[in-house]
Design a protein around this ligand. Sequence first.
Ligand SMILES: Nc1ncnc2c1ncn2[C@@H]1O[C@H](COP(=O)(O)OP(=O)(O)OP(=O)(O)O)[C@@H](O)[C@H]1O
Ligand SMILES: [Mg+2]
Length: 206
Amino acid sequence: MPRRRGQREAFWKEGRASFREHLDGHEVRKKVTAPTRDARKSSVSALELVTRSPEETHAIGARLGSRLRPPEVVLLVGPLGVGKTTLARGIAEGIGVDDPLSITSPSFALVNTYAGKHTVYHVDLYRLGSRHDFATVGVDEFIGAQGVTIVEWGERLPIRLPSVIIVRIRDAGGDRRKLRIEAAGKLLKALKKDAPGGCYLERESQ
Ligand SMILES: Nc1ncnc2c1ncn2[C@@H]1O[C@H](COP(=O)(O)OP(=O)(O)OP(=O)(O)O)[C@@H](O)[C@H]1O
Ligand SMILES: [Mg+2]
């Protein structure tokens, strides 16, 4: 159920008190626990993986998606054409969306919605500001409040959330991509354990 306005405001307010990291000017918190679920903080950590094909990136997304529970938010950060939508398709598959390969960037509407085990909101903020004013898109009606939200160009999100997962993608030459996943240690541990065969772990950090 969507939160009512008062509840949403309390949610943002509580989140603002615990921001930890600046992400290209947008403050986000890497800690994972949503205040509505549990006020305690869990340890921040990051996992760096290298993929060598779009299929491997998709497969990591699917493993991540299968572990996400509402109202999780995943910010995808990386340059044009690096693989954000490829990863988003994998995440959607992991959440049980039918035909995830048909997912394309919602560049006109900014948001596309898919039904899976949880509702998936796929947001693309590339054109934010040129065609759309964020306030008119209605993202704040669901983000961090219901379903699982995947945000391409996540660093452009103009609102602050108390609980996000960040995936930074970099081109490492050819079909190689470096994925840095910042999330709760528990989630990363599980991801590390069943990363697809071709991927390899580059680093993990606190
Ligand atoms: N290891 C890899 N992981 C992901 N994509 C890869 C990889 N190697 C090559 N690619 C190619 O890179 C492209 C990624 O496209 P994709 O639409 O996912 O990027 P994007 O970051 O969403 O782009 P945009 O910024 O336009 O939204 C695809 O053509 C894909 O085949
Ligand atoms: Mg895209």
